[in-house]
Design a protein around this ligand. Structure first.
Ligand code: UTP
Length: 290
């Protein structure tokens, strides 16, 4: 069975829900406490053994590519001043040379279309997709938990988490067939079902391992909800031919795509920071009315 070596990170969306912050800064570069959101997602994937990253970018997203490059003047200046600790922190953010590719999605036609733009670099092998506006605090990393399951089940694997029963209409919800521990064999999935029609309260969380065959389905996938080419629609067709398992991972997810979600993520990551967490906690407490 082929290993999961590559990951696609779609970053071509406009981030309209967090405007005006994202007017000139890519959503993925907004800081979550002391580093851009995208860094946490790359770290999650690295911790799961991912060797190559494909970023699907668009206009105004150049800052992401620059972030993963050498910053010559800055680094030379830090070196000259003997600021070795900061230099080491910056060095940690640099990928192995040649381990990142950037492809353009010329227009944001939907998540499914964005993933399809990565087809030539992924080729015919299983690959991961990480939606970078979802951050997940987990140990082992969420993708690592998924790969552990994938190595036993093969096929396609997606991450799910429980949501309150009266909120299922906001999410993609899976239809479970059977369950063994944290892994669930899937029968299907429904996008934003009504509360009465929902087949479970397990929502799809923004992490996927899919077989390269999905590109064939994406190639002719018609526009769906919101007039966009949806990944979910192509996955539903792939499911007719291949196995899908869901993993109810252990960890906490943060949706940074909305303003309050972004705030929640920022506070949570500040509070769990190794050195500055206690200071952050004092500040948060001091801001709350007593
Ligand atoms: P979202 O819909 O959450 O992101 O897509 P968005 O479009 O940036 O956000 P809003 O709705 O305008 O506020 C989920 C992920 O898929 C990417 C986005 O960048 C985001 O990471 N995406 C979405 C693309 O790369 N291309 C698309 O055409 C659509």
């Amino acid at each position: 069975m082929k290993r999961v070596r590559k990951a696609v990170l779609p970053v071509a969306g406009f981030g309209t829900r967090v405007l005006p912050a994202t007017k000139t800064i890519p959503k993925e570069m907004l800081p979550i406490f002391d580093r851009p959101a995208i860094q946490y997602v790359v770290d999650e994937a690295l911790a799961a053994g991912i060797e190559h990253f494909v970023f699907v970018t668009g206009r105004n997203k150049g800052a992401i590519e620059d972030y993963f490059d050498t910053a010559y003047e800055l680094e030379a200046s830090l070196e000259a001043k003997g600021k070795t600790e900061i230099l080491a922190e910056i060095a940690d953010t640099k990928p192995v040379p040649g381990s990142m590719s950037f492809v353009r999605q010329q227009a944001p036609l939907g998540l499914g279309h964005a993933i399809w733009c990565a087809r030539d670099i992924i080729g015919d092998e299983p690959f991961a997709i990480l939606l970078p506006d979802v951050l997940i605090q987990a140990e082992p990393s969420c993708l690592a938990q998924m790969i552990e399951v994938f190595n036993e089940t093969g096929g396609n694997v997606i991450a799910v988490e429980q949501v309150p029963a009266d909120e299922v209409n906001k999410y993609g919800i899976i239809d479970p067939e059977s369950r063994e521990g944290n892994r669930i064999r899937m029968r299907g999935m429904v996008e934003k079902p009504t509360i009465d029609a929902a087949p479970s309260n397990l929502s799809i969380t923004g992490r996927y391992i899919l077989q390269g065959d999905v590109f064939e389905y994406l190639a002719d996938q018609a526009a769906g909800a919101g007039g966009e080419i949806q990944l979910t629609d192509a996955m539903a067709r792939l499911m007719a031919d291949q196995d899908f398992h869901a993993v109810e991972y252990e960890g906490t997810s943060y949706d940074c795509g909305s303003k309050l979600g972004y705030l929640r993520a920022s506070v949570a990551y500040a509070l769990s920071h190794d050195e500055l967490g206690d200071g952050a906690s004092e500040i948060v407490r001091s801001l709350l009315p007593s």
